[in-house]
Design a protein around this ligand. Structure first.
Ligand SMILES: [Zn+2]
Length: 453
């Protein structure tokens, strides 16, 4: 344990230095949605990695560049660390207490756009490497960084990039871009993400909108066509009607259920926070709700558009209607299957006039809760947090983890400095400095234990 005494003491004594590096990084805007500051931010990342003796390359994609860094270590194990340098737009600006790109420390926190998502994570990890290098003179194992610039706009080019540079990204395990503690201050380890298939359906029934008195009883109405088509996608018992939709699904295992049952209750919190008074399928049991929330696929109408939506009445028969719909997918569903099933379904039900466009998506992916790397990361958290990490087999959102799990064939594990009040994507985004330090300490343990594997 003496190694960690020295490492921890290094981290505790150099916190200010690391935070000033983080402030500099946060002060560099890098808003992917607005194309603001992207090359500068990628360059800054490359300088920070080079400063730690990494071989670095800024690689072009059809979108924003990806920064790759690599440094050899004492053993042959290779840890791949994924981060992103892009951030969400800072708007609405008037809700920030201090300007988003002028990071400020107050009340044991650091505020600024991207400080949590995801710049603080990268800097805390670099800080961990500083401590290891100082105490050991070299890295315990090989470390590779992949830092992309399009995470906040859907990681559009990342899966192809990873396919293309598969060999170069070869590793034994991957640390995900984020992680953090829950409201009890217990660190959570997320093992999987659902996939997503996002489409926009549209139908056009006439060349122009028509007086409803003229066409109401004799012309087809785009809004009715669309709502009938939408209504056919799911029955009132929440069963999605696409042919074969449920066939590829692997149901949650006993182990998944056991892990879900161990998570804290959520029903009252959801009722309070969202003002809902009941849940779909009549669920009242905490574990069932947890399991359904992430292991059931979805078909969600995200937006509807047709006809007159202004003040008062307008007697019009709309010629066009459209809807945005997302399908959240669970293992082993895939977006390409869903697109095919959707076309077949619409055609079978007589909606050949309803077209759709694929707006984006990716398959689900998860890491086995019993993978030894998962255990290693949990073990490494002991003594740092008030209790060791807890496992969450799956979360409801989606992300590019499938490229790491399926293309690179890596166990992917989350660990990080986020907390429930972090305000990611919102005004006054912030991190807690104590969690910044804890994450750095955790990373030193992860890397050291991983090197010995
Ligand atoms: Zn984000």
């Amino acid at each position: 344990m003496s190694t960690f005494n020295a490492i921890d003491s290094y981290l505790e004594h150099h916190l200010e230095q690391s935070l000033s590096e983080l402030k500099k990084y946060v002060a560099q805007p890098s808003v992917a949605a607005q194309g603001w500051g992207m090359d500068e931010a990628a360059h800054l990342v490359s300088l920070m990695l080079e400063g730690r003796g990494f071989d670095v390359e800024i690689m072009d994609t059809e979108g924003f560049p990806v920064v790759l860094g690599e440094r050899k270590g004492r053993t042959d194990q290779t840890l791949l660390i994924y981060n992103h340098y892009d951030v969400q737009p800072p708007e609405p600006l008037d809700l920030w207490e201090t300007p988003p790109f002028e990071p400020e420390e107050r009340d044991g926190k650091l505020f600024g756009r991207g400080v949590s998502d995801d710049k603080g994570h990268l800097i805390s990890r670099l800080f961990a490497l500083d401590a290891l290098l100082e105490e050991m003179g070299e890295l315990p194992c090989n470390i590779k960084f992949i830092v992309e610039g399009e995470e906040e706009i859907g990681s559009v080019h990342l899966p192809d990039f990873i396919k293309k540079y598969k060999e170069r990204l070869d590793a034994d395990a991957c640390i995900w871009e984020f992680g953090g503690v829950d409201y009890r201050d217990i660190p959570m380890l997320y093992l999987g993400l659902r996939g997503i298939c996002y489409v926009e359906l549209s139908v056009q029934t006439a060349s122009q909108d028509v007086h409803s008195g003229t066409g109401g009883s004799i012309f087809p109405n785009a809004a009715w066509r669309l709502t009938w088509a939408l209504a056919s996608l799911k029955d009132k018992y929440e069963n999605i009607q696409l042919p074969g939709f449920y066939d590829p699904i692997l149901p949650p295992t006993e182990r998944d259920r056991e892990l879900m049952a161990a998570l804290p209750p959520i029903i009252d919190e959801y009722k309070e926070r969202y003002g809902v008074d009941h849940f779909l399928r009549g669920i009242t049991n905490e574990t069932e709700l947890r399991v359904n929330a992430v292991f059931e696929p979805t078909c969600t109408i995200c937006g509807l558009n047709s006809g007159y939506q202004g003040q008062g009445s307008k007697t019009v028969l709309p010629a066009k209607a459209s809807a945005k719909v997302d399908f959240r997918l669970v293992p082993e569903q895939s977006p390409s299957q869903v697109l095919e099933q959707l076309r077949n379904h619409l055609d079978d039900r007589g909606f050949t006039d309803v077209e759709f466009e694929f707006l984006g998506g990716g398959p689900p992916a998860r890491t086995d809760p019993d993978h030894p790397f998962v255990d290693l990361v949990v073990e490494a958290s002991k003594g740092i947090y008030r209790s060791p990490m807890e496992l969450v087999p799956m979360v409801g959102g989606s992300g590019p983890n499938h490229a790491f799990v399926h293309t690179l064939d890596l166990p992917v594990v989350t660990a990080g400095l986020s907390y429930p009040g972090t305000n990611a994507h919102a005004p006054n985004e912030n991190i807690r400095l104590d969690l910044f330090l804890k994450h750095a300490k955790h990373m030193t343990r992860i890397i050291t234990a991983f090197a010995e594997k």
